[in-house]
Design a protein around this ligand. Sequence first.
Ligand code: SF4
Ligand code: SF4
Length: 426
Amino acid sequence: MMNNAFSRPANAIHYELLHQTPLGPQHVSSSGTATFLIEEKLERQSQLAIKVGDEVQTGQKIAPFADRPAYFVSSVTGTVAAVHPQTGDFGKQYTAIEVTLSETEELAEGPETLEPTLTCLNEWLAGTPGKPPLHLFEAVDHGIHTLVVAGVDADLLVATNQYIIKSEMHAINRGIDVLKEATGVGSVAIAVPRDLVQGFGHTSADTLKAVAPEYPAAQPRLIVYEAFGQEIPAEKSCEEMGYAFFSAEAVASIGKAFDSGRLPYEKTLTLVDKNGRKNIISARIGTPIADVLAAHRIETGHKDRLILGGPMTGFAIYDEQAPIEADTDAILVQDAADVSLVSDYPCVNCGECVRVCPTRVPVNMLVRFLEAGQYEDGAELYDLYSCVDCGLCSFVCIARIPIFQYIRLAKYELSRLTEAEASDAQ
Ligand code: SF4
Ligand code: SF4
């Protein structure tokens, strides 16, 4: 179980509020290629329904596998240059489709009609900016009673969804109306920073929920706890308890598609440079991150670090050609001097990780099991699943143990075990 109340340390870190809405996001164009990643393992080229040399158009829906429904919507016009397997974090397998851009753009015909049904949303909009998690409503007995539109960003320095909630309320309201009709969900709430609740304009949502400014109050489990007064048991997810979280951008994408009849592919994201300066930018899904850096004259040197996401929970990447994906909310560039290195020092039992943990996980004990690869024991004995993935334990660890990396790996490995057991049982 989550350990009673969410605890806030006296020296809490605060989210930064986006006080002024920056003028329109600064658009970044791709310099010549776009790459689309599909979460499917490519074993043989003969599985593919596309090949090198095929032409694609902007807005075209492409299902690269002959025998699987997974698809992407091309954000560019061009020629398929390569299709290859790609390995992501923790060994996750993807298929990458690289497209070389043509000089002229051709717009594909969109869907003939978009209907407010789950089938139609799944068929066309699952990969749009914000990556709407429509699969949460797929099971007949899904039990979702509340859809929460997150107008907050869970990590520090990221302002993408705050920006969307301030600038795209019309599209969000339309998206909420569509989602209500398509899913039949009983209630829709918008979660916004506490300071924005006063004076919030018209909304199609049933309620507004204020999110406290102390990190990590914008993590979904803590929003459910603080705003809805419901504790999510450690072994359950928010969706299992009836709460589906959609980012404000995901909902706005659905609204825009229904307003325009076209599939959106322009992603909004926060770019944080080495000096901590924040820019809200937009780029087409598939644009290489190198193009974003070049457009903002950011050069990376030896040992500088590129992080997708925020400073507490983001993932470091090592290839500037990696593409912007439908759920890339932030790019953070860290100067080598600011990168805190991990070490192989042992835990000195200072207790800081336990004191800072908002859900009071006995992190110092848990990490010993996780370091030894004893994930199941760690979960059973030391409350792994009460962790809300905030990264504060790693941030304060004086021995610089990559605690949060161990936690993520453990959760990933345990989820694979559960999946394997479920498929064996079938
Ligand atoms: S990441 Fe660490 S500090 Fe945060 S909830 Fe999990 S165990 Fe606690
Ligand atoms: S903060 Fe690091 S050194 Fe201190 S108890 Fe936790 S794991 Fe050990």
